[in-house]
Write a new protein. Structure first.
Length: 685
């Protein structure tokens, strides 16, 4: 695997730098972005477009017609300046070091030419929180990998709304990473760039990170809002990181006061989830720090395979696995080693993360085409299959990995492990928590098992528990010592029932308003039910008789058991999608058997967050509206009526078949996830 140059440390002083990536259709979109910029935006903009290598570029005169800002073609070692636009020359690849642009010749291998990813990666490394990545119209997936790195470095990520793009390949690939802050039309992007550059977050990034104006009391209020939703206590996470990512969310919401943002958190559960996900972001990629995998193949793999045979699996724990790249990389590297040494030993890799969203994405094992640069053509061929414009990890490798949600700070660890890989997780935690986690890792390992940390981490806080094997790549070996502290995992205090607060008597006016609202809702709102996360009905709204009925046998309020014929498939897939996306999901074109005949119906599933407990509002709509007056017309010919009836029947069968496929796929995914959670729970027990 090719070696990598040492990463430059982020330049903490300088201008906010915007990298804009585009391909086909991108010129038109970027012109619209420039037209929306104010006269003095305070940012430097670098436009990276896929260009024909053998033709002169006309980008400078074309873009100059749409903006009063100077537009220049980048040259070697030019320093970027605020309020200027730089465009990539033809037949080159461009990178940023500090605030200097460097040009190199376009790689000969056309399949590996991803100029947007190359520039975005260097932008993230050099500018850190001063970096902004923008993806506009284009085909394929160039830019998706770079956007992940910009987001991980604390920068901002923006994508053109796919429905406004002439070619939506690049926007959709970027959105699929789950690392995008804003998805908006090009005409809005320019104003948002200027807003972000003028925010306190960007101004602090130009000086020092610890100048962000937030007090301890305000931080505690944020933690109190986060804890019921996330179940994570962030008090022992490093505060500078918390502050930076908190202000980053404020910049995205265009809020300047912490108090305003706290009020937003208390009123908008979606923003609480977004902040929680931002706090958990870790930069990851396939075979990150590739030399460390060589070190494991040299020092770790030969030791852990000793004594293992077909009846005794090699057990590995990847802690803080994010979206799965590191777990799959380790699985591939270990399988490679076993095949080379002709060793037949089963492998179990437990991969955990505190983020449910990351774990779900990791289980799918689907990644953009841009991973080609990290994985290499031989491993792509052996361990990946083509999937929807990207790649999916082969089932052989996926079956080695068990993904589960786990909070390192409180949940029981796995045990009898040969290797723990926990890279760049401890750096986000204070010394007290680091010391506790190192004790947990010592407890979880077999005697003389291995612990691999990130290059910025060490086991110094618990040096008596581990021996350093490789200082450069932070490979440690467990000491079989009696000095290790006893492990305990007490129940969480916040799970105890809270005392009911004293309630003041409700005024008569408020009672009257509530009663009026109830009458209006009962008469004019669609019927529906509220269900909990186990699909048990906790509340009925309106007349649900046409859609639900008690099932034969033991009494049950399970929604899926009470659904009438025709509703089950659409209901199940809608709830599954709402649970996965945490957003409203609507299904139309369904049919329900009611009163001995089939009737059309639509349904909508809306997630509700009540004090940290997730519920779902399921609404049924038969589409009945006052019909417009009909014009007199000749009765249709018999053949035409028959054709229309036949077409309607075919359309209905097609929708039912599609719903059945969605239902089957959701069942398969739920079964796979349940099996992995069960295996993980058994290990914890």
């Amino acid at each position: 695997m090719p070696s990598r140059k040492k990463k430059p440390s982020p330049d903490t002083s300088g201008v906010t730098i915007v990298g804009v990536g585009a391909s086909a259709g991108g010129l038109e979109a970027f012109s619209t972005v420039l037209q929306g910029l104010p006269g003095n935006p305070g940012v430097a903009i670098v436009f990276v477009q896929h260009l024909a290598p053998d033709h002169e570029s006309a980008l400078v005169p074309l873009l100059s017609a749409h903006t009063p800002l100077p537009v220049v073609q980048a040259t070697q070692d030019v320093e970027v300046e605020a309020n200027k636009v730089y465009v990539i020359p033809p037949n080159t690849q461009m990178a940023l070091t500090g605030t200097t642009l460097h040009l190199s010749r376009r790689p000969d291998d056309r399949s590996q030419y991803t100029p947007v990813d190359a520039f975005f990666s260097s932008l993230a490394e050099s500018a850190g929180p001063r970096a902004i990545g923008v993806i506009l119209s284009g085909t394929a997936s160039d830019g998706a990998l770079g956007m992940r790195q910009i987001k991980g470095a604390g920068g901002m990520t923006i994508v053109q709304a796919p429905e406004t793009a002439r070619y939506d390949g690049m926007p959709r690939a970027a959105i699929a990473t789950g690392m995008i802050d804003l998805v908006v039309p090009p005409k809005i992007i320019g104003a948002r760039l200027a807003d972000f550059a003028g925010h306190a977050y960007s101004r602090a990034a130009e000086r020092r990170h610890d100048e962000l104006p937030i007090g301890d009391e305000e931080l505690q209020q944020v933690f109190e809002v986060l804890r019921p939703v996330s179940g994570v206590d962030f008090r022992h996470y490093k505060l500078p990181t918390i502050k930076r990512r908190l202000f980053r969310r404020m910049a995205l919401q265009r809020l300047s006061e912490v108090g305003q943002y706290i009020r937003l958190l208390r009123s908008e559960p979606a923003e609480v989830r977004s902040l929680y996900q931002d706090l958990l972001i870790h930069v990851t990629r396939f075979f990150r720090e590739p030399e460390s995998f060589h070190a494991m193949a040299r020092d770790v793999f030969p030791a852990i395979v000793q004594g293992h045979g077909p009846e005794r699996p090699i057990r590995v724990w990847v802690s803080g696995c994010a979206t799965g790249e590191e777990a799959y990389s380790l699985a591939i590297a270990l399988v490679d080693y076993l095949q080379q040494q002709q060793i037949d030993a089963p492998v179990q890799i437990f991969a955990t993360d505190v983020s449910d969203t990351a774990v779900e994405q990791a289980r799918l094992g689907v990644f953009p085409q841009s991973i080609e640069g990290d994985v290499g053509p031989d491993r792509i061929r052996r361990f990946f299959t083509r999937h929807d414009g990207g790649y999916r990890v082969t089932k052989t490798i996926r079956d080695l990995c068990v993904f589960a949600r786990q909070d390192l700070t409180k949940d029981p660890p796995f045990s009898r492990l040969d290797l723990i890989l926990c890279r760049n997780v401890l750096i986000y935690m204070d010394a007290v928590l680091q010391k506790k986690l190192l004790s947990v890792f010592h407890y979880a390992l077999n005697p003389n098992g291995f612990l691999v940390l990130g290059q910025a981490e060490s086991a110094g806080a618990q040096g008596t528990l581990f021996t350093l094997v490789d200082k450069k790549y932070r490979v440690h070996r467990q000491k079989d010592t009696t000095a290790a502290p006893a492990m305990s995992f007490p129940a969480l205090a916040h799970n105890a029932p809270a005392k009911k607060p004293h309630r003041e008597p409700v005024p008569v006016e408020a009672l009257l308003q509530t009663e009026v609202s109830r009458v209006i809702l009962d008469r004019f709102s669609p019927p529906g039910v509220v269900v909990d996360s186990d699909m048990q009905i906790v509340q009925f709204r309106g007349q649900t008789g046409p859609y639900l009925e008690p099932a034969p046998g033991d009494a049950s309020l399970n929604l899926l058991k009470m659904a009438k014929d025709g509703l089950l498939y659409g209901l199940r897939t809608a709830i599954h999608a709402a649970r996965k996306t945490r957003d409203s999901v609507r299904r139309t074109g369904l049919q329900v058997r009611s009163g001995g005949r089939w009737k059309p119906v639509s349904l909508e599933v809306v997630p509700l967050n009540a004090n940290g407990r997730l519920h779902y509002l399921v609404l049924f709509d038969d589409g009945r509206r006052p019909a417009p007056p009909k014009q007199k017309a000749e009765p249709p010919a018999k053949n035409a009526a028959t054709k229309r009836a036949s077409k309607a029947q075919v359309d209905f069968l097609r929708r039912e078949l599609a719903a059945s496929r969605d239902y089957l796929q959701s069942i398969i995914q739920e079964l796979e996830a349940a099996n992995e959670e069960l295996q993980s729970a058994n290990e914890e027990i």
